[in-house]
Design a protein around this ligand. Structure first.
Ligand SMILES: Cc1cc2nc3c(=O)[nH]c(=O)nc-3n(C[C@H](O)[C@H](O)[C@H](O)COP(=O)(O)O)c2cc1C
Length: 206
């Protein structure tokens, strides 16, 4: 499958986590990375070009830091403009049918903070419900998010490991080693590592 990564970090030069995730995949064949803030510094999004890019992709990844329990602003603007009625949704809007959508994000908050008893009260998949439903409306399958919790606090080695797992996941989807339908049964894509692919792969889901 062809993988399209739409990266949205307003200051990528100052990023630690997103930059590391992107560095691992930038030179991979069959995986294209688009830096939305670099391409559209004035938010003047080229809708036909973005739609063409989407049509050529099978898996679409929103890659971003978690900002106010959501995406940075350009991804919302991109969604508002690019996913047009009659193209992405509606009776004749079938351009995205059968494709897959996933968020790959980094947080400042810890994994413990994201749950009923944590400071943030809700899980990451709960915060991402509007994006999951956008995918459903556009007849796409929403895949569980890949989340790097507290990435800036990770030791270099641990950060490199999580970037490596992210790369394996995308390469696995690209090469049909990871079955997206099986992946969709997991709460977080991170939990599928080693179960859907890699040593001892079984494909159970949680
Ligand atoms: C404007 C802004 C909003 C943020 N909102 C959240 C948030 O809602 N939840 C959270 O866990 N972290 C939040 N953070 C922390 C970032 O997610 C974190 O610094 C980032 O993911 C680290 O990745 P980077 O090194 O690629 O920038 C926020 C940071 C900024 C600047």
């Amino acid at each position: 499958m062809k993988v399209l990564v739409l990266s949205a970090h307003p200051i990528l030069e100052a990023s630690v986590v997103c930059r590391k995730l992107l560095a691992g995949i930038r030179r991979e064949a069959g995986i294209s990375v688009v830096d939305l803030y670099e391409r559209y510094p004035d938010f003047n999004i080229d809708v036909p070009a973005e739609q063409k890019r989407l049509e050529a992709a099978d898996v679409i990844i929103f890659q971003h830091p978690f900002y106010w329990y959501s995406t940075p602003a350009i991804l919302k603007e991109w969604t508002d403009l690019v996913l047009e009625h009659g193209w992405a949704y509606g009776r004749d809007g079938t351009a995205l049918e059968g494709k897959f959508l996933m968020n790959a994000l980094s947080t400042g908050g810890s994994a413990d903070a994201y749950g009923e008893s944590g400071t943030n009260r809700y899980t990451i998949p709960e915060f991402l419900v509007p994006i999951a439903q956008t995918a459903a409306l556009c007849r796409m399958t929403y895949l569980p998010p890949y989340v790097v919790f507290e990435g800036r606090r990770l030791e270099r080695q641990a950060l490199a490991e999580t970037a490596g797992l992210f790369k394996d996941l995308l390469c696995g989807l690209r090469d049909d080693r990871v079955d997206p339908k099986a992946l969709a049964r997991y709460r977080l894509a991170n939990n599928a590592v080693g179960k859907l692919y890699g040593p001892g792969a079984e494909g159970a889901g949680t």
